[in-house]
Design a protein around this ligand. Structure first.
Ligand code: PMP
Length: 427
Protein backbone atom coordinates (compact mmCIF):
# COMPACT_ATOMS: atom_id res chain seq x y z
CA UNK A 1 0.00 0.00 0.00
CA UNK A 2 1.55 3.29 -1.09
CA UNK A 3 0.71 5.94 1.52
CA UNK A 4 3.87 7.98 0.92
CA UNK A 5 2.18 10.77 -1.10
CA UNK A 6 -0.26 11.37 1.76
CA UNK A 7 2.55 11.47 4.32
CA UNK A 8 4.75 13.62 2.11
CA UNK A 9 2.25 16.14 0.85
CA UNK A 10 -0.92 16.20 2.89
CA UNK A 11 -1.25 18.31 6.03
CA UNK A 12 -1.02 16.84 9.51
CA UNK A 13 -4.63 17.93 9.99
CA UNK A 14 -5.91 14.80 8.26
CA UNK A 15 -7.77 12.49 10.60
CA UNK A 16 -10.09 9.73 9.29
CA UNK A 17 -7.28 8.32 7.17
CA UNK A 18 -5.26 7.76 10.35
CA UNK A 19 -8.04 5.57 11.81
CA UNK A 20 -8.64 3.78 8.52
CA UNK A 21 -5.27 3.11 6.89
CA UNK A 22 -6.50 1.89 3.50
CA UNK A 23 -6.53 3.52 0.07
CA UNK A 24 -10.13 3.34 -1.11
CA UNK A 25 -11.19 2.98 -4.70
CA UNK A 26 -14.83 2.06 -5.24
CA UNK A 27 -18.06 1.95 -3.26
CA UNK A 28 -21.61 0.75 -3.70
CA UNK A 29 -24.48 0.82 -1.23
CA UNK A 30 -23.14 -0.16 2.21
CA UNK A 31 -19.74 -1.36 0.93
CA UNK A 32 -16.40 0.23 0.08
CA UNK A 33 -13.38 -1.45 -1.47
CA UNK A 34 -9.73 -0.53 -1.13
CA UNK A 35 -7.06 -0.82 -3.81
CA UNK A 36 -6.13 -4.30 -2.57
CA UNK A 37 -9.69 -5.46 -3.15
CA UNK A 38 -10.57 -5.65 0.55
CA UNK A 39 -14.23 -4.95 1.25
CA UNK A 40 -15.54 -2.84 4.16
CA UNK A 41 -19.04 -2.61 5.59
CA UNK A 42 -19.87 1.06 5.98
CA UNK A 43 -21.60 2.04 9.24
CA UNK A 44 -20.24 5.58 8.95
CA UNK A 45 -21.99 6.84 5.80
CA UNK A 46 -19.71 9.78 5.13
CA UNK A 47 -20.46 11.21 8.60
CA UNK A 48 -24.09 11.36 7.54
CA UNK A 49 -23.52 12.65 4.00
CA UNK A 50 -24.36 9.28 2.41
CA UNK A 51 -27.71 8.42 3.97
CA UNK A 52 -28.78 6.57 0.82
CA UNK A 53 -25.49 4.66 0.64
CA UNK A 54 -22.71 5.00 -1.92
CA UNK A 55 -23.60 5.72 -5.55
CA UNK A 56 -27.37 5.15 -5.27
CA UNK A 57 -28.31 4.05 -8.81
CA UNK A 58 -31.32 6.37 -9.32
CA UNK A 59 -29.23 9.41 -8.40
CA UNK A 60 -26.20 8.28 -10.37
CA UNK A 61 -28.32 7.84 -13.51
CA UNK A 62 -29.74 11.37 -13.17
CA UNK A 63 -26.25 12.80 -12.62
CA UNK A 64 -24.66 10.95 -15.55
CA UNK A 65 -27.42 12.07 -17.88
CA UNK A 66 -27.08 15.66 -16.69
CA UNK A 67 -23.31 15.68 -17.24
CA UNK A 68 -23.48 13.88 -20.58
CA UNK A 69 -25.63 16.69 -21.99
CA UNK A 70 -23.21 19.48 -21.03
CA UNK A 71 -25.69 21.02 -18.65
CA UNK A 72 -24.55 23.81 -16.31
CA UNK A 73 -22.26 22.57 -13.53
CA UNK A 74 -21.25 25.75 -11.74
CA UNK A 75 -23.73 28.55 -11.52
CA UNK A 76 -23.17 30.86 -8.50
CA UNK A 77 -26.75 31.90 -7.75
CA UNK A 78 -27.79 32.20 -11.36
CA UNK A 79 -31.16 30.79 -12.40
CA UNK A 80 -30.77 27.34 -13.91
CA UNK A 81 -33.22 24.66 -14.89
CA UNK A 82 -31.66 22.28 -12.34
CA UNK A 83 -32.13 24.78 -9.52
CA UNK A 84 -35.68 25.63 -10.57
CA UNK A 85 -36.64 21.98 -10.65
CA UNK A 86 -35.14 21.39 -7.23
CA UNK A 87 -36.93 24.39 -5.68
CA UNK A 88 -40.27 23.32 -7.12
CA UNK A 89 -39.92 19.67 -6.07
CA UNK A 90 -38.60 20.55 -2.60
CA UNK A 91 -41.65 22.76 -1.98
CA UNK A 92 -44.02 20.14 -3.41
CA UNK A 93 -42.58 16.99 -1.79
CA UNK A 94 -41.11 18.27 1.48
CA UNK A 95 -42.41 21.67 2.59
CA UNK A 96 -46.06 21.75 1.52
CA UNK A 97 -47.12 18.31 2.81
CA UNK A 98 -45.63 19.26 6.20
CA UNK A 99 -47.34 22.66 6.26
CA UNK A 100 -43.94 24.38 6.34
CA UNK A 101 -43.55 27.81 4.81
CA UNK A 102 -39.84 28.52 4.34
CA UNK A 103 -37.78 30.53 1.90
CA UNK A 104 -34.72 28.62 0.74
CA UNK A 105 -31.30 30.22 0.95
CA UNK A 106 -28.36 28.49 -0.72
CA UNK A 107 -25.35 29.40 1.41
CA UNK A 108 -21.96 27.88 0.57
CA UNK A 109 -22.13 24.11 0.15
CA UNK A 110 -21.17 22.88 3.64
CA UNK A 111 -22.93 22.51 6.97
CA UNK A 112 -20.95 25.27 8.57
CA UNK A 113 -21.94 27.61 5.72
CA UNK A 114 -25.60 26.99 6.56
CA UNK A 115 -24.95 27.61 10.26
CA UNK A 116 -22.99 30.83 9.62
CA UNK A 117 -25.78 32.21 7.45
CA UNK A 118 -28.37 31.31 10.11
CA UNK A 119 -26.40 33.02 12.89
CA UNK A 120 -25.79 36.10 10.75
CA UNK A 121 -29.43 36.39 9.76
CA UNK A 122 -30.69 35.92 13.34
CA UNK A 123 -28.40 38.76 14.48
CA UNK A 124 -29.47 40.98 11.58
CA UNK A 125 -33.19 40.38 12.18
CA UNK A 126 -33.11 40.93 15.95
CA UNK A 127 -30.29 43.45 16.22
CA UNK A 128 -28.90 41.33 19.08
CA UNK A 129 -25.51 39.64 19.38
CA UNK A 130 -25.71 36.65 21.68
CA UNK A 131 -26.65 33.19 20.48
CA UNK A 132 -27.44 30.49 23.03
CA UNK A 133 -26.23 26.99 22.26
CA UNK A 134 -25.95 23.82 24.31
CA UNK A 135 -23.37 21.71 26.08
CA UNK A 136 -21.75 19.19 23.69
CA UNK A 137 -23.16 20.97 20.63
CA UNK A 138 -21.32 20.73 17.32
CA UNK A 139 -22.12 23.24 14.60
CA UNK A 140 -19.00 23.41 12.41
CA UNK A 141 -15.44 24.66 12.26
CA UNK A 142 -15.66 28.26 11.02
CA UNK A 143 -15.49 30.92 13.71
CA UNK A 144 -19.21 31.66 14.12
CA UNK A 145 -20.08 27.96 14.22
CA UNK A 146 -17.17 27.22 16.56
CA UNK A 147 -18.38 29.89 18.96
CA UNK A 148 -21.59 27.89 19.46
CA UNK A 149 -19.76 24.52 19.58
CA UNK A 150 -18.90 22.85 22.88
CA UNK A 151 -15.82 20.70 22.25
CA UNK A 152 -12.74 22.23 23.89
CA UNK A 153 -10.24 20.74 21.42
CA UNK A 154 -12.13 22.11 18.40
CA UNK A 155 -12.64 25.49 20.09
CA UNK A 156 -8.95 25.62 20.90
CA UNK A 157 -8.15 25.66 17.19
CA UNK A 158 -9.86 29.04 16.73
CA UNK A 159 -6.85 31.08 17.81
CA UNK A 160 -9.10 34.01 18.80
CA UNK A 161 -11.72 34.43 21.54
CA UNK A 162 -14.99 32.79 20.60
CA UNK A 163 -17.52 35.39 21.57
CA UNK A 164 -21.17 36.41 21.40
CA UNK A 165 -22.47 33.06 22.56
CA UNK A 166 -23.68 31.54 25.82
CA UNK A 167 -23.95 27.89 26.76
CA UNK A 168 -26.89 26.18 28.45
CA UNK A 169 -27.26 22.55 29.61
CA UNK A 170 -28.67 20.25 26.92
CA UNK A 171 -31.60 17.94 27.67
CA UNK A 172 -30.44 15.43 30.34
CA UNK A 173 -27.01 17.08 30.76
CA UNK A 174 -27.79 17.73 34.42
CA UNK A 175 -28.39 14.77 36.72
CA UNK A 176 -31.76 16.13 37.75
CA UNK A 177 -33.08 15.60 34.20
CA UNK A 178 -34.34 17.78 31.35
CA UNK A 179 -32.95 21.14 32.03
CA UNK A 180 -34.59 24.17 30.48
CA UNK A 181 -35.27 25.68 33.91
CA UNK A 182 -31.87 27.38 33.81
CA UNK A 183 -32.52 28.99 30.43
CA UNK A 184 -36.00 30.05 31.46
CA UNK A 185 -34.79 31.48 34.75
CA UNK A 186 -31.86 33.32 33.16
CA UNK A 187 -34.05 34.89 30.49
CA UNK A 188 -36.56 36.10 33.06
CA UNK A 189 -34.00 37.38 35.57
CA UNK A 190 -32.43 40.76 34.81
CA UNK A 191 -29.64 39.85 37.20
CA UNK A 192 -28.63 36.64 35.37
CA UNK A 193 -26.03 38.30 33.17
CA UNK A 194 -27.43 36.62 30.06
CA UNK A 195 -28.10 39.26 27.40
CA UNK A 196 -31.34 38.70 25.54
CA UNK A 197 -30.14 36.42 22.72
CA UNK A 198 -30.82 36.76 19.02
CA UNK A 199 -31.35 33.02 18.75
CA UNK A 200 -31.02 29.61 20.30
CA UNK A 201 -29.35 26.99 18.10
CA UNK A 202 -29.98 23.32 18.80
CA UNK A 203 -29.49 19.81 17.40
CA UNK A 204 -32.34 17.39 18.11
CA UNK A 205 -29.72 14.64 18.52
CA UNK A 206 -26.10 15.64 19.08
CA UNK A 207 -24.31 13.62 16.42
CA UNK A 208 -20.76 14.67 17.25
CA UNK A 209 -21.40 15.41 20.91
CA UNK A 210 -22.08 11.81 21.93
CA UNK A 211 -25.50 10.96 20.42
CA UNK A 212 -27.41 12.78 23.15
CA UNK A 213 -31.12 12.99 22.41
CA UNK A 214 -33.43 15.94 23.07
CA UNK A 215 -36.90 14.72 24.01
CA UNK A 216 -39.92 16.03 22.14
CA UNK A 217 -41.23 17.73 25.28
CA UNK A 218 -37.89 19.44 25.84
CA UNK A 219 -37.91 20.72 22.25
CA UNK A 220 -41.51 21.89 22.62
CA UNK A 221 -40.65 23.78 25.79
CA UNK A 222 -37.58 25.26 24.12
CA UNK A 223 -39.73 26.50 21.26
CA UNK A 224 -42.24 28.08 23.63
CA UNK A 225 -39.53 29.75 25.75
CA UNK A 226 -38.04 31.20 22.54
CA UNK A 227 -41.44 32.42 21.34
CA UNK A 228 -42.20 34.01 24.71
CA UNK A 229 -38.96 36.01 24.65
CA UNK A 230 -39.02 36.79 20.92
CA UNK A 231 -35.83 34.76 20.42
CA UNK A 232 -35.38 32.88 17.13
CA UNK A 233 -35.06 29.09 17.21
CA UNK A 234 -32.52 27.61 14.81
CA UNK A 235 -32.52 23.83 14.38
CA UNK A 236 -29.20 22.60 13.03
CA UNK A 237 -30.46 19.54 11.16
CA UNK A 238 -27.25 19.12 9.17
CA UNK A 239 -26.61 15.59 10.46
CA UNK A 240 -29.99 14.36 11.75
CA UNK A 241 -32.30 15.25 8.85
CA UNK A 242 -32.95 13.27 5.65
CA UNK A 243 -34.20 10.19 7.47
CA UNK A 244 -31.34 9.73 9.90
CA UNK A 245 -33.77 9.59 12.83
CA UNK A 246 -36.76 8.50 10.68
CA UNK A 247 -38.61 11.48 9.19
CA UNK A 248 -37.21 13.94 6.64
CA UNK A 249 -36.69 16.62 9.32
CA UNK A 250 -35.63 15.30 12.70
CA UNK A 251 -37.86 17.79 14.54
CA UNK A 252 -41.10 16.56 12.92
CA UNK A 253 -42.24 14.23 15.76
CA UNK A 254 -41.99 17.11 18.26
CA UNK A 255 -44.37 19.20 16.16
CA UNK A 256 -42.21 22.33 16.55
CA UNK A 257 -41.63 24.72 13.67
CA UNK A 258 -38.17 26.25 13.90
CA UNK A 259 -37.65 29.80 12.63
CA UNK A 260 -34.53 28.71 10.73
CA UNK A 261 -33.36 25.22 9.71
CA UNK A 262 -29.85 24.28 8.56
CA UNK A 263 -29.47 21.35 6.15
CA UNK A 264 -26.44 19.92 4.37
CA UNK A 265 -24.67 16.51 4.38
CA UNK A 266 -27.30 14.18 2.80
CA UNK A 267 -29.47 16.81 1.11
CA UNK A 268 -27.78 16.12 -2.26
CA UNK A 269 -28.17 12.40 -1.56
CA UNK A 270 -24.99 11.57 -3.43
CA UNK A 271 -22.27 13.06 -1.26
CA UNK A 272 -22.05 16.15 -3.46
CA UNK A 273 -21.55 19.40 -1.53
CA UNK A 274 -24.83 21.26 -0.99
CA UNK A 275 -26.46 23.14 1.87
CA UNK A 276 -29.73 24.91 2.51
CA UNK A 277 -30.76 27.48 5.08
CA UNK A 278 -34.54 27.47 5.43
CA UNK A 279 -36.06 30.63 6.87
CA UNK A 280 -39.52 31.87 7.73
CA UNK A 281 -40.44 34.32 4.92
CA UNK A 282 -40.76 37.27 7.37
CA UNK A 283 -37.10 36.78 8.32
CA UNK A 284 -35.90 37.13 4.75
CA UNK A 285 -34.52 40.64 5.11
CA UNK A 286 -31.23 39.94 3.33
CA UNK A 287 -30.10 42.54 0.81
CA UNK A 288 -29.06 41.10 -2.57
CA UNK A 289 -25.55 39.65 -2.27
CA UNK A 290 -25.30 40.56 1.42
CA UNK A 291 -24.33 36.95 2.06
CA UNK A 292 -22.83 35.06 -0.85
CA UNK A 293 -20.30 32.41 -1.90
CA UNK A 294 -18.82 31.03 -5.11
CA UNK A 295 -20.16 27.50 -4.73
CA UNK A 296 -23.82 28.18 -3.90
CA UNK A 297 -24.87 26.87 -7.28
CA UNK A 298 -23.58 23.30 -7.39
CA UNK A 299 -26.00 22.21 -10.11
CA UNK A 300 -25.07 18.50 -10.21
CA UNK A 301 -26.01 18.46 -6.50
CA UNK A 302 -29.38 20.03 -7.33
CA UNK A 303 -29.94 17.23 -9.83
CA UNK A 304 -29.17 14.40 -7.39
CA UNK A 305 -31.06 16.19 -4.60
CA UNK A 306 -34.12 16.39 -6.84
CA UNK A 307 -33.82 12.70 -7.73
CA UNK A 308 -33.53 11.85 -4.02
CA UNK A 309 -36.81 13.63 -3.26
CA UNK A 310 -38.58 10.75 -5.02
CA UNK A 311 -37.74 8.65 -1.91
CA UNK A 312 -39.97 11.00 0.12
CA UNK A 313 -43.19 11.10 -1.88
CA UNK A 314 -44.77 8.64 0.55
CA UNK A 315 -43.94 7.34 4.03
CA UNK A 316 -42.40 4.03 2.90
CA UNK A 317 -38.84 5.06 3.68
CA UNK A 318 -39.66 6.52 7.12
CA UNK A 319 -41.58 3.36 8.03
CA UNK A 320 -38.69 1.19 6.90
CA UNK A 321 -36.24 3.34 8.87
CA UNK A 322 -38.39 2.92 12.00
CA UNK A 323 -38.28 -0.88 11.56
CA UNK A 324 -34.50 -0.90 11.10
CA UNK A 325 -34.14 1.41 14.09
CA UNK A 326 -36.08 -1.08 16.24
CA UNK A 327 -33.75 -3.88 15.13
CA UNK A 328 -30.75 -1.74 15.90
CA UNK A 329 -32.06 -0.62 19.28
CA UNK A 330 -32.78 -4.22 20.33
CA UNK A 331 -29.35 -5.47 19.26
CA UNK A 332 -27.50 -2.61 20.93
CA UNK A 333 -29.64 -3.06 24.05
CA UNK A 334 -28.48 -6.69 24.18
CA UNK A 335 -24.83 -5.68 23.86
CA UNK A 336 -25.17 -2.95 26.50
CA UNK A 337 -26.91 -5.36 28.90
CA UNK A 338 -24.02 -7.80 28.61
CA UNK A 339 -21.53 -5.04 29.45
CA UNK A 340 -23.23 -3.07 32.16
CA UNK A 341 -20.09 -3.46 34.31
CA UNK A 342 -18.25 -1.32 31.74
CA UNK A 343 -20.95 1.33 31.97
CA UNK A 344 -22.24 0.43 28.48
CA UNK A 345 -25.33 2.42 27.54
CA UNK A 346 -27.28 2.67 24.29
CA UNK A 347 -27.20 6.17 22.86
CA UNK A 348 -28.98 8.02 20.07
CA UNK A 349 -32.16 7.61 18.12
CA UNK A 350 -33.37 6.18 14.83
CA UNK A 351 -30.37 5.08 12.78
CA UNK A 352 -28.00 7.46 14.59
CA UNK A 353 -27.17 5.06 17.36
CA UNK A 354 -24.27 3.94 19.45
CA UNK A 355 -22.94 2.50 22.65
CA UNK A 356 -21.31 4.73 25.24
CA UNK A 357 -18.66 3.39 27.62
CA UNK A 358 -17.29 4.78 30.87
CA UNK A 359 -13.76 4.32 29.57
CA UNK A 360 -13.21 6.07 26.20
CA UNK A 361 -10.37 3.59 25.51
CA UNK A 362 -13.01 0.87 25.07
CA UNK A 363 -14.84 2.87 22.39
CA UNK A 364 -11.59 3.61 20.53
CA UNK A 365 -10.52 -0.04 20.75
CA UNK A 366 -13.90 -1.21 19.37
CA UNK A 367 -13.71 1.24 16.46
CA UNK A 368 -10.13 0.12 15.68
CA UNK A 369 -11.08 -3.56 15.93
CA UNK A 370 -14.01 -2.86 13.58
CA UNK A 371 -11.66 -1.56 10.92
CA UNK A 372 -9.45 -4.64 11.32
CA UNK A 373 -12.56 -6.78 10.87
CA UNK A 374 -13.62 -4.84 7.76
CA UNK A 375 -16.18 -2.41 9.12
CA UNK A 376 -16.13 1.40 9.31
CA UNK A 377 -17.46 2.98 12.50
CA UNK A 378 -16.33 6.12 14.26
CA UNK A 379 -16.48 7.42 17.80
CA UNK A 380 -18.34 10.43 19.10
CA UNK A 381 -18.57 12.49 22.30
CA UNK A 382 -16.34 14.95 24.12
CA UNK A 383 -13.90 12.18 25.06
CA UNK A 384 -14.71 9.94 22.05
CA UNK A 385 -16.43 7.64 24.53
CA UNK A 386 -19.26 6.53 22.23
CA UNK A 387 -19.02 4.01 19.38
CA UNK A 388 -21.21 5.67 16.76
CA UNK A 389 -23.17 3.65 14.22
CA UNK A 390 -24.73 5.34 11.21
CA UNK A 391 -25.52 2.79 8.50
CA UNK A 392 -27.23 4.14 5.38
CA UNK A 393 -30.91 4.77 6.15
CA UNK A 394 -31.86 2.36 3.36
CA UNK A 395 -29.59 -0.40 4.74
CA UNK A 396 -30.86 -3.91 4.01
CA UNK A 397 -31.87 -6.08 6.99
CA UNK A 398 -29.01 -8.50 6.16
CA UNK A 399 -26.35 -5.80 6.12
CA UNK A 400 -27.73 -4.29 9.30
CA UNK A 401 -27.67 -7.60 11.15
CA UNK A 402 -24.22 -8.43 9.81
CA UNK A 403 -22.87 -5.15 11.19
CA UNK A 404 -24.66 -5.45 14.53
CA UNK A 405 -23.54 -9.06 15.06
CA UNK A 406 -19.97 -8.10 14.26
CA UNK A 407 -20.13 -5.14 16.62
CA UNK A 408 -21.40 -7.38 19.42
CA UNK A 409 -18.49 -9.77 18.90
CA UNK A 410 -15.99 -6.93 18.86
CA UNK A 411 -17.32 -5.36 22.06
CA UNK A 412 -17.23 -8.79 23.75
CA UNK A 413 -13.66 -9.39 22.71
CA UNK A 414 -12.42 -5.87 23.55
CA UNK A 415 -13.96 -5.90 27.02
CA UNK A 416 -13.05 -9.50 27.62
CA UNK A 417 -14.97 -12.71 27.40
CA UNK A 418 -14.80 -13.17 31.13
CA UNK A 419 -16.89 -10.04 31.67
CA UNK A 420 -19.41 -11.07 29.04
CA UNK A 421 -19.65 -14.71 30.02
CA UNK A 422 -23.03 -15.83 31.20
CA UNK A 423 -24.60 -12.36 31.26
CA UNK A 424 -27.21 -13.15 28.65
CA UNK A 425 -28.12 -13.77 25.08
CA UNK A 426 -26.66 -11.85 22.22
CA UNK A 427 -28.94 -9.16 20.74
N1 PMP B 1 -23.74 20.94 12.16
C1 PMP B 1 -23.81 19.66 12.53
C2 PMP B 1 -24.91 19.21 13.43
C3 PMP B 1 -22.85 18.73 12.08
O1 PMP B 1 -22.92 17.46 12.47
C4 PMP B 1 -21.83 19.19 11.22
C5 PMP B 1 -20.76 18.25 10.69
N2 PMP B 1 -20.46 17.16 11.43
C6 PMP B 1 -21.81 20.55 10.87
C7 PMP B 1 -22.78 21.39 11.34
C8 PMP B 1 -20.73 21.08 9.97
O2 PMP B 1 -20.85 20.60 8.69
P1 PMP B 1 -19.62 20.69 7.66
O3 PMP B 1 -18.57 19.77 8.17
O4 PMP B 1 -20.18 20.29 6.34
O5 PMP B 1 -19.19 22.11 7.68
Amino acid sequence: MNVQPFDDHESEVRSYCRSWPAVFTTAKGTRLWDENGRCYLDFFSGAGALNYGHNPPELKAALLEYLAEDNIVHGLDMMTVAKRTFLERFAEVILEPRGLDYKVQFPGPTGTNAVESALKLARKVTGRETVVSFTNAFHGMTLGSLSVTGNAMKRGGAGVPLVHSARMPYCDYLDEGPSLDVLEMFLADSGSGLDLPAAVIVETVQGEGGLNVASDTWLQRLKSICAEHDVLLIVDDVQMAIGRTGPFFSFEPSGITPDIVCLSKSISGFGLPMALTLLRPELDIWGPGEHNGTFRGNNPAFVTATAALSFWTDDKLSTQIAERADTMGAALGGIADRHRQSGAVVKGKGLARGIGFTDPAVASAVAAAAFDAGMLVETSGAESEVVKLMPPVNVTPDDLIEGLDLLGELVDSVIGDDVAAGVGERG
